[in-house]
Design a binder for this molecule. Structure first.
Ligand SMILES: [Zn+2]
Length: 119
């Protein structure tokens, strides 16, 4: 019986260390350790999902940095809702309306004009 508790405790500690190692890169080593220690393999699955989320968020941040090499976002107010959006945007992130191409004057799409009548 004593052996069982030693095995369970060392398993929990090992899972805790694996969890903390997985999230240490994202300043969440404590959270990773707790998840692994308290929940064991299930906690490690949660830790893995959290790590996946962090990796995706980091790659999104990188994509923004690549789009603006100077570090300054090239923004312009949306012609419809006036919220600041990227000049290269094709759809407004706030009002989700299609934006006219940057250099050409706003062209009216016949299909959109029709849908507007029904609003
Ligand atoms: Zn807008």
């Amino acid at each position: 019986m004593e052996l069982y508790w030693i095995a369970a405790l060392s398993g929990a500690v090992i899972c805790g260390f694996i969890g903390s190692a997985l999230l240490s890169e994202y300043d969440k080593a404590g959270t990773g350790f707790l998840c692994g220690f308290l929940l064991g393999p299930i906690g490690l699955i949660l830790v893995w999902a959290e790590r996946d989320k962090e990796i995706r968020a980091a790659s999104e941040r990188r994509a923004v940095a690549v789009a603006t090499p100077t570090g300054v976002r090239d923004e312009t107010p949306c012609p419809f809702c006036a919220e600041p959006i990227l000049r290269a945007a094709k759809v407004c992130r706030y009002c989700h309306r299609d934006l006219p191409a940057p250099s050409t004057p706003p062209a009216r799409e016949p299909r959109r004009t029709v849908t507007r009548h029904f609003r």
